[in-house]
Design a protein around this ligand. Structure first.
Ligand code: HEM
Length: 145
């Protein structure tokens, strides 16, 4: 591949990856720490209704950014020039957490749940998401040092 095309593609895929994961994890942090307290101020029947509407509204964007994050991540991985010692182990741990995030996000958006259950799921996704961001920063450090 032409080096200029490869460079442009690399930057675009990095942008897609970062923009997708910011939207995905940021959405769940918002759901747990901003939306949930707002919904808690409503009477129970309205809370469940409004929570359901919020989940339905987030669903298409959630699936879009999840697929974009996985696709761009696969591109980033398959185009890495070399893998320093320790990289594969941390990448494997990242993939296990990504699996948890993806499975939980899909269940969050398709399963009929109570608002309390949704809040727990959103918190677990936010925690795993922040751990994945930390591991990714370490992977980058390993690649650059
Ligand atoms: C919830 C899902 C994910 C999150 C939150 C996440 C987060 C991140 C972040 C913050 C970076 C650093 C960006 C940079 O500095 O360029 C990154 C890089 C990367 N991600 Fe992901 N990612 C996710 C999913 C995936 C998946 C599914 C794959 C592979 C199939 C993947 C593969 C990679 C690779 C190879 C890099 C480059 C790491 C390096 O610098 O060596 N990611 N990810």
């Amino acid at each position: 591949m032409d080096p200029a095309v490869r460079a442009v593609l690399g930057v675009c895929m990095r942008w897609i990856h970062i923009a997708s994961v910011v939207t995905l994890i940021g959405g769940f942090i918002y759901a747990r720490f901003v939306l949930a307290p707002a919904l808690a101020s409503l009477p129970p029947s309205e809370r469940e209704l409004a929570g359901g509407v919020a989940v339905t509204s987030f669903r298409p964007l959630m699936f879009f950014v999840l697929i974009a994050a996985i696709g761009s991540g696969m591109y980033n991985y398959s185009n890495k020039a070399s893998f320093p010692p320790g990289y594969q182990m941390w990448f494997g741990i990242k993939m296990l957490l990504v699996l948890h995030i993806a499975a939980s996000a899909i269940l969050y958006s398709v399963r009929a749940s109570s608002q309390a259950k949704r809040n727990r799921t959103a918190l677990s996704i936010a925690i795993s998401g922040l751990a994945v961001v930390a591991i990714s920063a370490y992977l980058r450090y390993l690649s650059l040092r």
